[in-house]
Ligand binder design. Structure first.
Ligand code: SF4
Ligand code: SF4
Length: 229
């Protein structure tokens, strides 16, 4: 099968409609809305700072097209080893279409000839929200995304120097928004800790971090297991 015609991509990505229902995603969005209503006062106080910080962080940490050739790409959950992935992913785009928050994108030409058209996630633009049904995996007919493999996509750790909470300011957005139970909690001083054994590296914490310098050190996995099935 050849590459998906890239002319189809913008119209698909511009759509806000979810093509595949995902209860976990909608619950997550609903929760975000209810949190912002509940915490309206606090939100008003922090919003301008948060918006400015978010813009700055996004500009600095998002995967830049010109840097893509040198970057390890974050693949969707359950991805096989990179060599196997490149050999067997048909670039059909079914996972891109199936992803409710549109977290999965097509790698552009700047990612390199072998990786162009393959699916990747840039959490600073839209993190994976860890749908319980993993529709991306279900959609992957060639099986380069697999439920049998770990869903872990990246590692993440809190940079205490950049983290507002670690510097004594009230902030727990990463803890409140993390979709993975047990991946982040706070200590007795309300400072966030990421637990590597539970964290999938989805990148939600990185996306929501309002610190002027993003406090989440997030690194796509350098290696993933080969699938022998
Ligand atoms: S699990 Fe993540 S990558 Fe897969 S469909 Fe859901 S949000 Fe998209
Ligand atoms: S659905 Fe599978 S084969 Fe198709 S683009 Fe996504 S990862 Fe590649």
């Amino acid at each position: 099968m050849g590459l998906v015609p890239l002319l189809l991509v913008p119209s698909q990505l511009d759509s806000n409609a979810c093509v595949v229902p995902c209860s976990r995603y909608h619950a997550w969005v609903a929760d975000k809305r209810s949190i912002s209503r509940r915490e309206l006062f606090r939100g008003k106080l922090f919003q301008p700072i948060r918006d400015a910080a978010q813009r700055g962080a996004a500009a600095g940490r998002s995967v830049r097209r010109q840097d893509m050739a040198l970057r390890i790409l974050q693949r969707p959950p359950g991805a096989v080893a990179e060599g196997q992935f490149l050999a067997s992913c048909t670039r059909c785009g079914e996972c891109v279409t199936a992803c409710p928050p549109r977290a999965i994108r097509w790698a552009p030409a700047e990612a390199g000839e072998k990786r162009e058209g393959t699916p990747y996630i840039d959490p600073m633009r839209q993190a994976c929200v860890m749908c319980s049904e993993t529709p991306c995996i279900t959609a992957c007919e060639p099986g380069v995304l697999r439920t049998e493999l770990p869903l872990t996509m990246a590692t993440a750790r809190v940079d205490a120097i950049a983290c507002l909470a670690w510097q004594g300011q009230p902030c727990r957005l990463c803890v409140d928004q993390c979709p993975v139970p047990g991946a982040i909690d706070v200590d007795e001083a309300d400072r966030p800790h990421i637990h590597a054994e539970a964290c999938t590296g989805c990148g939600v914490c990185m996306q929501v971090c309002p610190a002027p310098r993003n406090a989440i050190d997030h690194q796509p996995l350098p290696s993933r297991p080969f699938w022998h099935g």
